[in-house]
Design a protein around this ligand. Structure first.
Ligand SMILES: [Zn+2]
Length: 296
């Protein structure tokens, strides 16, 4: 879908709401409070009334859209733009293209991003590449990593990509990340020769471990980390080109957005899938978003 298709299919807030209602309740509306289906549409077609507990609610009550004053057609446009932008899109770009204030665009992006999270993350198997990279901070040649953030990338060959924002790049962190993401039955784990990997892997995982020496050769048959590295380069272009300085506080959310889109890049329903997440993900309040740290 492009912007024109979205405008044609969902030209009014009523049309947008109809779709969101179907996505939120595929089997018909239910009361968010008492879960009964004894609900009826009030006059004006935007509010439901629960006959059991007398709760009044709308399709967007208690979702990412909660309490929004922005027309749904603008939400749809912003969502499509975030879905289509391979390298991500800045709040400034959304501000200009959708025609909203910067603050609204910033909050909008964060809320859509909050829905771009994988609901379940099964343990990964098959052939898996792991690598780490450093992002953010200022590029200073004499102290390249001190003010940078560590991101681990895990990519299953011909499969899923995950980015994890870590506090450091030591073997203890590797052990935790591997424990949370890799199945015991993983066939091959490919990394570079950094010592954090053999020390960070448990006994079973060490048997599957193969390393690549970057100073000598980049590709040695199937033993390479090229696919996770290409994902890192996309991430870095996104950070440099669109998001500029991301604060450490919001980095994990940007990583989720990146991987959500990347893992669905061949999925023609990305836009609808994202909207489905937006009416089923919990509320993200402005207060919660800005409570700790500064805005990105
Ligand atoms: Zn109820």
């Amino acid at each position: 879908m492009n912007l024109l298709d979205v405008n044609t299919a969902f030209p009014t807030d009523d049309k947008c709401r109809e779709l969101l209602t179907r996505l939120r309740w595929p089997e018909g509306p239910r009361c968010p409070r008492c879960k009964t289906d004894a609900v009826e549409l009030e006059t004006g077609k935007t509010l439901f009334y629960c006959k059991d507990c007398a709760y009044q609610f709308s399709t967007t009550t208690g979702t990412i859209f909660n309490d929004t004053h922005l027309p749904l057609v603008k939400w749809f446009a912003a969502t499509l733009l975030l879905c289509e932008a391979k390298k991500g899109m800045s709040a400034c770009q959304i501000q200009r293209t959708v025609g909203v204030s910067y603050k609204t665009a910033w909050y909008l992006c964060h809320r859509i991003r909050a829905a771009m999270v994988e609901a379940d993350k099964p343990m990964m198997d098959g052939t898996v590449e792991i690598d780490e990279t450093y992002v953010g901070g200022k590029a200073r040649r004499w102290m390249p990593r001190r003010d940078k953030e560590v991101v681990f990338g895990i990519r299953k060959r011909n499969g899923e990509l995950r980015f994890i924002h870590a506090s450091d790049a030591n073997s203890k962190t590797v052990r935790q990340i591997v424990g949370e993401n890799l199945s015991e039955d993983v066939e091959v784990i490919v990394t570079d020769e950094s010592s954090i990997y053999p020390f960070g892997l448990g006994k079973k995982h060490r048997k599957a471990h193969k390393t690549i020496n970057h100073s000598r050769q980049y590709v040695s048959g199937l033993v390479h980390t090229n696919t996770v590295e290409s994902a890192f380069s996309l991430l870095k272009r996104g950070i440099m080109g669109t998001w500029h300085n991301i604060s450490a506080k919001h980095l994990a959310a940007y990583l989720d957005e990146m991987t959500f889109r990347f893992n669905r890049r061949k999925n023609s329903d990305l836009f609808i899938d994202t909207l489905r997440h937006m009416v089923t993900a919990p509320v993200l309040t402005f207060k919660k978003l800005t409570k700790e740290g500064e805005a990105a």
